[in-house]
Design a protein around this ligand. Structure first.
Ligand SMILES: NC(=O)c1ccc[n+]([C@@H]2O[C@H](COP(=O)([O-])OP(=O)(O)OC[C@H]3O[C@@H](n4cnc5c(N)ncnc54)[C@H](OP(=O)(O)O)[C@@H]3O)[C@@H](O)[C@H]2O)c1
Length: 351
């Protein structure tokens, strides 16, 4: 492994994901010679904290993006659409957290520990999957390898931090207001999220019956596992009044028989997975236990009584860590370890 150190740009450094990336980079002692935070014009000139000291936030411009080796970007799809290729053209490799590049054929979609080799094919941009998909695929991969999967039906219980900083503030303020007997108008979510459950994550576009989040889960799962239409995925994504940690009820139909005990053994001890499964004692994965951890917690592993080749699982992960920041930093580590932090010979979009 090289002893190279990198000038690392963090785009969206003030956001829920960006600020977690700064924490994770410092915790994991990533070989950064310098960290350069970027955010909108509103934040330019202010500071973010990295490894105990303040660093000035820069705006994105033709000048400020020069001489950056590696970029971890989470400032929304439209920012990535414009700036990820510009960074790549300027010689950087971009690990992008938004949905914009994920399904492009020439952009690898990588979950560290699941499909690391895909990163080898990058042309300047590597996409970090959707948080909901990420944690589910970590749990599915050992099952996919051992018994193949024919169909997955997932219902999610997603925390508000998945929508960013303003959404966390909305849940907190709304909870206080509702307890005081008020009914404030929602601003971030389509309905009151405090003391409620909303069967809509993101938006319904072009008359689709499924939300954009649900489509991401279906499409990204296949791309990461390298599966085609032979893998059926059906998802219902739901927002719940939890600050951090997405929970998922996952029904998995395998091609080959797999007993719950075998599944438990397959998952236990895998890097990045912790089996938490003693339901009779009230022990199963909880969002409040997953928050702040990098592992995906899996429990309630049991046979689906309606189908002999189906299992039910309860999968919980911290959407800001493995679901976003930790995986982005793990991809950066992978690029470093494999000598892949380099200008792409043929950038994304080049003829
Ligand atoms: N939250 C999650 O669990 C999660 C997981 C996976 C992926 N993602 C994706 O990551 C992205 C960010 O999510 P988030 O939850 O961190 O959102 P957030 O808390 O709202 O943060 C947004 C960040 O983007 C910056 N930004 C906004 N407009 C910009 C512009 N024109 N130029 C430069 N920077 C700009 C903001 O800077 P200012 O402070 O200056 O406004 C802020 O740093 C989204 O695309 C989201 O889909 C989120």
């Amino acid at each position: 492994m090289s002893d190279r150190r990198y000038r690392v740009g963090i785009v969206g450094a003030t956001g829920a994901v960006g600020s977690t990336i700064l924490e994770v980079l410092a915790e994991r002692d990533f070989p950064a010679s310098e960290v350069v935070p970027f955010a909108s014009e509103r934040s330019a000139g202010k500071q973010v904290e990295f490894a105990g000291r303040g660093i000035e936030i820069l705006p994105l411009s033709a000048d400020t993006i020069q001489d950056v080796d590696l970029v971890l970007s989470s400032a929304g799809g439209s920012v990535s659409a414009e700036w990820a290729p510009r960074f790549a053209d300027a010689g950087a490799v971009v690990v992008d957290n938004t949905s914009y590049w994920r399904m492009h054929d020439d952009v690898p979609l990588v979950v560290a520990g699941v499909n690391d080799d895909a990163a080898e094919e990058h042309r300047g941009i590597v996409a970090n999957p959707n948080c909901t998909t990420m944690q589910m695929v970590v749990a599915l991969k050992p099952i996919w390898d051992a018994a193949r999967i024919e169909r997955v039906v997932v219902s999610t219980y997603q925390s508000v931090s998945g929508t960013g900083r303003r959404a966390i503030e909305e849940l907190r303020a709304q909870s206080r207001a509702v307890l005081e007997g008020e009914h404030p108008d929602p601003e971030v979510f389509p309905h009151q999220v405090a003391f409620n459950v909303i069967p809509q994550v993101e938006t319904f576009s072009d008359g689709d019956d499924y939300t954009t989040e649900e489509r991401k889960v279906m499409n990204e799962t296949r791309k990461i596992l390298g599966a085609g239409d032979e893998l059926g995925v059906s998802s219902t994504c739901v927002r719940v009044p939890v600050v951090t940690g997405h929970s998922e009820s996952v029904n998995v139909q395998t091609r080959d028989p797999l007993a719950p005990e075998e599944c438990r053994e397959l998952l236990a001890g895998r890097p990045g997975i912790v089996v938490v499964d003693a339901p009779q004692e009230g022990i199963y994965p909880l969002a409040i236990d997953a928050a702040g951890r990098d592992e995906v917690l899996v429990g309630r592993i049991r046979r689906d009584p309606s189908h002999e080749r189906c299992l039910n699982l309860w999968v919980v992960g911290d959407n800001l860590r493995k679901g976003a920041a930790t995986n982005a930093v793990q991809i950066a580590e992978l690029l470093h370890e494999r000598g892949l932090v380099r200008a792409a010979p043929q950038p994304v979009g080049a003829a």
